[in-house]
Design a protein. Structure first.
Length: 327
């Protein structure tokens, strides 16, 4: 076979091989262009609808605070660290000093002195109308101080749990105990000038809430401040039995579902004040409104804010009896 024939045959074989490979070569050459600016590993997700932002309530109070009772986390504040007069909410501390006394005997009988009644008259204070010579227990005096906000009852407690040889010395000693307790609780902006809130007693919304959280750890205090009306009896000076009825001045109690206390307060410098607490399920909120023209409406708005409810708009206040104290 000549060299020319061999060369032609080899060329034919090579050409056949190229023809056989050409489909694979063409397939390899077909490259799908990538989508621009999108990595091959990117996963597309459906856009999430943003959660609506909860609007903070508009309230009338000049100062306010709302916290989660379990953690102390702030849920709302308005000038919450500004010092303001606190009126009779000071009685929360007076009750705490009594209840925190080691070995306190709540059934101890305390005779009512005329000085307690005179104090009410001199200062125009709210009263439990304690009668001179009656003997009430410490427990009853706590009801009398916290429900009708009786300054006479607060005086009796201060006179009993203070130390000294005179009424003035004992009450001054008791007020010193109130301030000492504030220091122990870290309430550096809280100052007590009286046992009933009629003096230059002052605190901040945040610190008043912390005081309330402390007080509510005591079973007796919790029982007292959630009571709408107390009826009890005491030995009278004439040897007979005196019957007392005290209504809770806190009208939020029984008006807003879940409210469990705590204390009202009103003076000209302080305006209308309220320290309150409420529980829904396993969640408890504590709040304060100071110097408000609508303290109950403000408190309800704050509780709605904390619980995510809308009860404030339909709330109807519990009416107090005509002869009940207002504070």
């Amino acid at each position: 076979m000549t060299a020319r024939v061999l060369t032609a045959r080899a060329a034919a074989v090579a050409g056949g091989a190229l023809l056989a490979l050409s489909p694979l070569t063409a397939q390899a050459a077909q490259v799908t262009p990538p989508t621009q600016n999108v990595p091959s590993t990117h996963t597309f997700q459906t856009p999430q609808t943003p959660r609506p932002t909860q609007t903070a309530p508009v309230i009338a109070a000049k100062g306010a605070s709302l916290v989660d009772g379990a953690t102390g986390t702030s849920l709302f504040g308005k000038e919450a660290d500004t010092i303001r007069p606190i009126a009779s909410t000071a009685k929360i501390m007076a009750a705490s000093v009594v209840l925190d006394t080691k070995g306190v005997d709540l059934e101890r009988k305390v005779p009512v002195k005329q000085e307690y009644r005179d104090f009410v008259t001199q200062h125009g204070s709210s009263t439990a109308d304690l009668q001179t010579g009656d003997k009430l227990t410490v427990r009853q005096l706590l009801y009398a101080a916290l429900l009708p906000s009786g300054a006479d009852a607060a005086y009796a407690l201060a006179d009993t749990f203070g130390t000294g040889s005179t009424n003035d010395e004992r009450t001054a000693s008791f007020i010193a105990q109130m301030n000492r307790k504030a220091g122990e609780l870290g309430l550096s902006h809280t100052k007590f000038d009286s046992f009933d809130g009629a003096g230059a007693d002052a605190s901040t919304p945040n610190e008043l809430v912390e005081l309330a959280r402390h007080a509510m750890q005591n079973d007796t205090f919790r029982t007292v401040v959630k009571t709408k009306q107390y009826k009890g009896e005491a030995p009278a000076a004439n040897g007979r039995t005196r019957y007392y009825t005290w209504n809770n001045t806190n009208q939020l109690l029984g008006s807003y579902d879940g409210v469990i206390g705590i204390k009202t307060g009103t003076t000209t410098p302080a305006g209308d004040c309220l320290v309150f607490a409420a529980t829904r399920g396993d969640k408890t909120l504590y709040g304060t409104v100071l110097n408000s023209k609508d303290r109950y409406g403000d408190a309800a708005k704050l509780l709605d804010h904390g619980f995510g409810t809308t009860k404030a708009k339909t709330m109807k206040l519990r009416a107090l009896p005509a002869n009940a104290q207002r504070d």
